[in-house]
Design a protein around this ligand. Structure first.
Ligand SMILES: Cc1ncc(COP(=O)(O)O)c(C=O)c1O
Length: 375
C-alpha cells in the first residue's frame, strides 16, 4: 500500500475532449479556452474581472508590481506577510525590491490581525494574506486594518478555489484589492500549471492584461482576423510572459465543473480525521472557521515529534508532507528571523495528512489508526 499526500484527480476523457478542441481548432495559446475559462471563473466566483495566468506566482508578482506602479510605492517599502506559506508569496515582494515583514499566525495558521497591526510602520504599503489550506482565517479583521491604515490587500488564494463564506467567495469581499488563485498540479482545481488573478479595480485588471503579455496593448486573440490594423500594437510597459494557455484552460474548465463536489468530499475526509483525532491529546488539530464551506486544500496536524511520525507513517505506506517551513528559516528571508515566534514554533510540529479524491473511507480509517498509534 502506498498513499500519497496530495494527488490530483483529472476527469481524463473530458479533459482530452477539451484539449482535442484546441488542437483541431489550431489554437493552443492565449485566447479561445482562456477566455472561456475566465468567463466561467467569474460566473463561479462572482469576481468581476479574471485573467488566466501561467501560475499564481506570476499573479502575485503582477499584483505587487501593478500596485507599486499605481500607488507610487518605492523600493524598500514594506508589505506584511505570512512566514508559513509557499515561498512564492514572499518572493513576489522581493521581485519588486520591496521588503517582506513577517507577522505571526493565529490558530488557523493565517495572519494574526493583532500582530499585523503591531507590525505596521510608516513604510508599510500593503498586506498579503494567505488563505492557508483553504481557510479564510480572520480576513475580515485584516480588511478592517487595511481600511483603517489605508493599506492595499493582496489575497494569496492559492488554496482557496471553492472556499466560501455564506455562499460568497471571500476574494470578492469589499476591501480585497486583488485575489490570486493557483491551479497548479496538485491544487483543488488542478491543471498542469496555471492560475488566475482577479482585481477589484478595472484599471488594474486592464493593466494586468498588458503586463502579463509582454506589455503589448492588444492580445493575439483580439488581433486575429480583426482587419488591417490587427498587426499594429504598442508596448506601454515592461511586461512579462505570464499569460496562461488554452490547453491548461481546457483542463481548468473541466476541473471547475467538479470543484464543489470534490471540495464536499474533502470536507467529509476532514470530518473523519477531526473525529478520529479529537481524543488524542498528543495531536493538535488545526481548525478552520466556516469549516462547512472551506475548500480544505491541506489537512494539518501539530504533533510533538514530527520527524519520527513522518518516518513511522512512511513505513506503513502513508506519505505525509510538511506545509510549510517557516520562511525565515530560508537564507533569503533570514533577516526576518524572530519576527514571528509562534509561526516558527508551530511550523516545526506541522505534518500534512493525505487529502485528495483518491482516498477511500477505509484509507482514511487506516491513516487515523496509524497516526493514533505512532503520534
Ligand atoms: C500559498 C501558496 N502561494 C503561492 C503558490 C504558488 O502557486 P503556483 O505554483 O501556481 O505558482 C502556492 C503553490 O504551491 C501556494 O501554496
Amino acid at each position: 500500500m502506498s498513499i500519497q499526500v496530495l494527488k490530483p484527480k483529472f476527469h481524463v476523457d473530458e479533459c482530452l475532449e477539451g484539449i482535442r478542441e484546441c488542437l483541431e481548432k489550431g489554437w493552443t495559446g492565449m485566447g479561445f479556452k482562456t477566455v472561456e475559462f475566465e468567463n466561467a471563473w467569474m460566473a463561479y466566483t462572482g469576481h468581476k474581472n479574471a485573467y488566466f495566468l501561467n501560475s499564481n506566482t506570476a499573479g502575485l508578482h503582477l499584483a505587487v508590481r501593478i500596485l507599486k506602479i499605481n500607488n507610487g510605492w518605492e523600493d524598500g517599502d514594506e508589505i506584511i506577510s505570512s512566514p508559513i506559506t509557499f515561498v512564492s508569496t514572499n518572493l513576489a515582494i522581493e521581485y519588486e525590491k520591496m521588503c517582506p515583514v513577517f507577522a505571526d499566525v493565529d490558530e488557523y495558521l493565517c495572519l494574526d490581525p493583532v500582530d499585523v497591526e503591531r507590525k505596521i510602520t510608516s513604510k508599510t504599503k500593503g498586506i498579503i494574506f494567505v488563505g492557508y489550506g483553504g481557510r479564510v482565517g480572520k480576513l475580515d479583521k485584516i480588511i478592517e486594518i487595511c481600511k483603517k491604515h489605508k493599506l492595499k490587500l493582496i489575497l494569496d488564494a492559492a488554496h482557496m478555489s471553492g472556499t466560501k463564506v455564506n455562499g460568497v467567495c471571500p476574494g470578492t469581499w469589499d476591501g480585497v484589492d486583488v485575489a490570486v488563485y493557483s491551479f497548479q498540479a496538485v491544487k483543488n482545481l488542478a491543471t498542469g500549471d496555471s492560475g488566475c488573478i482577479c482585481w477589484a479595480e478595472d484599471k488594474n485588471a486592464s493593466m494586468t492584461r498588458e503586463m502579463a503579455w509582454c506589455g503589448i496593448n492588444k492580445d493575439t486573440y483580439a488581433r486575429s482576423n480583426k482587419g488591417t490594423y490587427a498587426w499594429k500594437y504598442d508596448v506601454n510597459n515592461i511586461g512579462f510572459k505570464y499569460n496562461g494557455n488554452s490547453i491548461m484552460a481546457a483542463i481548468a474548465l473541466v476541473q471547475l465543473r467538479y470543484l464543489d463536489q470534490e471540495n464536499a468530499r474533502r470536507r467529509e475526509i476532514v470530518n473523519m480525521y477531526n473525529e478520529g483525532f479529537k481524543n488524542n491529546d498528543r495531536i493538535k488539530i488545526i481548525p478552520a472557521p466556516y469549516s462547512e464551506e472551506c475548500a480544505y486544500h491541506l489537512y494539518e496536524l501539530a504533533v510533538p515529534d514530527r520527524e519520527r511520525l513522518l518516518n513511522n507513517l512512511s513505513e506503513e505506506g502513508i506519505n505525509c508532507g510538511v506545509h510549510y517551513r517557516d520562511n525565515t528559516e530560508y537564507q533569503i528571508f533570514s533577516f526576518g528571523e524572530g519576527q514571528a515566534p509562534k509561526a516558527r514554533k508551530i511550523s516545526q510540529n506541522l505534518i500534512t495528512m493525505p487529502l485528495h479524491m483518491w482516498l477511500t473511507d477505509d484509507d482514511v480509517r487506516y491513516i487515523i489508526d496509524k497516526v493514533n498509534k505512532y503520534a
